[in-house]
Design a protein. Sequence first.
Lengths: 641, 370
Amino acid sequence: MIGTIIRNRELEINVFRSRALFAGLVILIAFSAVAARLVYLQVIKRDHYHTLAEANRISLLPVVPNRGLILDRHNEVLAANYSAYTLEVMPSRVKNLDAMLEELNAIVEIQPRDKRRFKRLLEESKNFESLPIRNRLTEEEVARFAVNRYRFPGFEIRPRLFRNYPQGDVASHALGYIGRINDADLKRIEDADLSSNYRGTDHIGKLGIEGSYENELHGNTGTEQMEIDAGGRAMRSLATTAPVAGNNLTLTLDIKLQKVAEQLFGEGRGSIVAIEPATGEILALVSKPGFDPNLFVDGIDPQNWDLLNTSADRPLLNRALRGAYPPGSTLKPFLALSALESGKRTTQQSISDPGVFRLPGVAHYWNDDKPGGHGVVDMHKSIVISCDTYYYQLASETDIDDTAKFLRSLGFGTKTGIDIDGELEGILPSKQWKSNRFAKATSEARKWYVGDSISAGIGQGYNSFTPLQLAHATATIANDGVAMRPRLVRQITDAATGKIKSTAEADVNKATPLALKTENVAFIKAAMAAVTKDGTGARAFANAGYTSAGKTGTAQVYGVKRGEKYVAGRVTEKLRDHAWYIAYAPADKPTIALAVMVENGGFGGAAAAPIARAILDFYLLGKKPDITKIKPPENESDSRD
Amino acid sequence: MNLIAAINRVFYILTRRLDGPLMVTIIVLAAISLTVVFSASGGDTFDRAAGQLRNFCVALVVMWIVANMSPLMLMRLAIPVFLVGLALLIGVAVFGETRNNARRWLNVGMAVIQPSEIMKIAMPLLLAWYFHKREEGLRLADYAIAGLLLVVPSALVMRQPDLGTAILIFSAGFFVIFLAGISWKILIAAAVAAGAAIPFIWPFLHDYQKQRVYTLLDPTTDPLGAGYHIIQSTIAIGSGGLLGKGWLAGSQAQLDFIPERSTDFIFAVYGEEFGLVGGLLLLALYLVIIGRGLMIAMNASTTFSRLLSGAVTLSFFTYAFVNMGMVTGILPVVGVPLPLMSYGGTAILSLFIGIGILMSVSTHKQLVAT
């Protein structure tokens, strides 16, 4: 028995030892597998994992540059930035956002309006973006949140720069505004390959100077390399590339003049463009009513947006660039110049005005505005008293295409090239234009008739131009036929180097001397100067204290039937005539040229000319206008020009 | 002279049951553990490292007591310990406390204990005793009974659910059966049967267990959920490179990217800060313990001590391999701590009891042999 037990024991020990050795082998293989895995991870793929670890650890945070300032020509601030605290949230780091917002409300007031705006941002946002939930926190709210910060992971208070327009709605159409970047902006940024420069930026210029000079104003985004932990909290800064602030813009606008010009409109609608003839610098660009660009900075709330959008006065329409109106008699000096240049008329040729114009074999007749007519009228007198019959006749004898070609050289029917986007070309009628315009109509309707020419011949008919075009053409005449591209930006100051880049230097080449005969231009200028002495502008410019040249215009909105007399009181306000006045002063050495358009203002001489006078008084003499005197007296004159 | 003799006497009593190579290795491991736990707890507070030091000290005392118990005495404890452990497991199933969706804890008045930890030692103890009693020729029926003794507690633990501990209990018992000499035919047949059973067991697995298998197969399918652990730990280890980023300098560890970084995923912290060299050193230290354990087992004088020490050694290996396999991404995520490294008193205590058993076997063989 003992022997078998011993044998069993030996056998058992042998079995055990072989099993233990087998286990040892398995252990070696398993540990080798772990070792091989370590070699794979730590030697072969080390760089790969190193990169991943660094990506985990380092977050490149954009440092948004300060947006460039916008100043007027005398360095008055028109757009600036101020810093305020914003409460922001990274939605990806918050589990139950709604509950969190509820809780937060006890510490920092979150209004339903903030929530709605935030919801909209949330829907539009990319994943890992930090979104503002409340702007402009008070010091107290900042302190309260700081104490409770640990309760709100993913929420952060950041100082942010906000745009501010200290002048409110003054020059709003020239300045434009900035607003949050939307999908369309985003696509433009991507197409321009600027995405990296716009990381962290959430506002962009939308209109006017802010929109058109976005590239100058934005600046270069800096970066901060931050070490972050797994919770996304910034631990320390590793390296910083400083941002480069946007360039400051000095505008050509004279904000004092601009303010005076805007005041002159009161609650009315209309536009003024004032240009320095020698340079093309725009001194005032008025479109009334305006809007307060500050409303757009935080994202405009729906109420104000509806108000601006649905108002019958259309405050968002930039009338200076995008309002096209028939020019009425303000076109006459340019038409006269066209006739002189083409040789259709000499200065001496005169007509006898019986008060009505008839074409042989045509039943229709065209009334002069003065019953009984102006008697013998030469070109000088035709401008001074604004004689329609003179221009009816001239138009009936002139090919409309020749007229169109000449007027186009003065900038009518084309873009003036102003340095902000959005200007309209207006309508400069020609045979080709009419044929295109009525492309779908019968060939009869597409044909150009002499009657079309006659209407167009006094600035009515199809003619339709912007106040900017009128001001530009007036400035060109004032500048003796040298067209200067109108512009709003005078200087660009490089924020980094302080170097000043003048747009004027670059723009001297943009001066286009038109091939006009000096004596012809001089003749027209003399006639326009006479307008303010003996003509339709005489009353408005009585005792001015300086010489000026001008031309009134009254553009029909409402077609007066033949034989019917236009009486302002009889038509509703919206159908009343638009009042125009173009001017430059001083007459011998002009420093300012302008076009004033009062929408539905009535008579140019009564409604628009006094405004022009007040502006010139202010600009040349420093005289503050007495606004009460400017309101045009209704039905005072029976003359439309 | 008398004093020196007295000191020598005390020293002898303190050390006579200790095994030199094992002792040196666990002290080195404990030192590494303290270093890494300190780093894993942020490198600015001694709370965790001090706690871990206390864990080691307590475990060391218990280990010394176990080492001084003869295998015979251990054998006598086998049945009572197993029965207590089993009773407690059943108690957990009935009255247990639920934490984090798992019913693992039992409130026994003085303290809240986790009875599954007791089973880690009780299981090999009981099976070694069982095979020791049956040493005159083992029959198939013996293996069947052993299998039953193995499966019941494991199943109870798995139901808690605690897959990691269930695996460790099961494997500890299995190693006894394996080392006792169960025939390869039966083993292979059982393995084939188990493999065939997977499709039937699969529907009964918990969702999180299924997810862990999916996640192992492709961690990137769930980078912010279950896969996050594995992705971040492999990034940590991989980015450590050959020599590591240096103590306290692992960005993954220090910036919180590694989850459970002082417990189950401590190897990721270690691998990031000490690199391949550190990892291989750790493997070598584990091999020393395992090698020494197998040597003690092969030289053990009784079936009981042989099987027990062998199973304890192989269990130790299982701990190490399952954890390192998990953290390096070659095994699924199961909650098994890294032996003698991870922060945690219970695990260190049961490991030290195991080492105490090894020391007991290695220092008591002459006594039993006579």
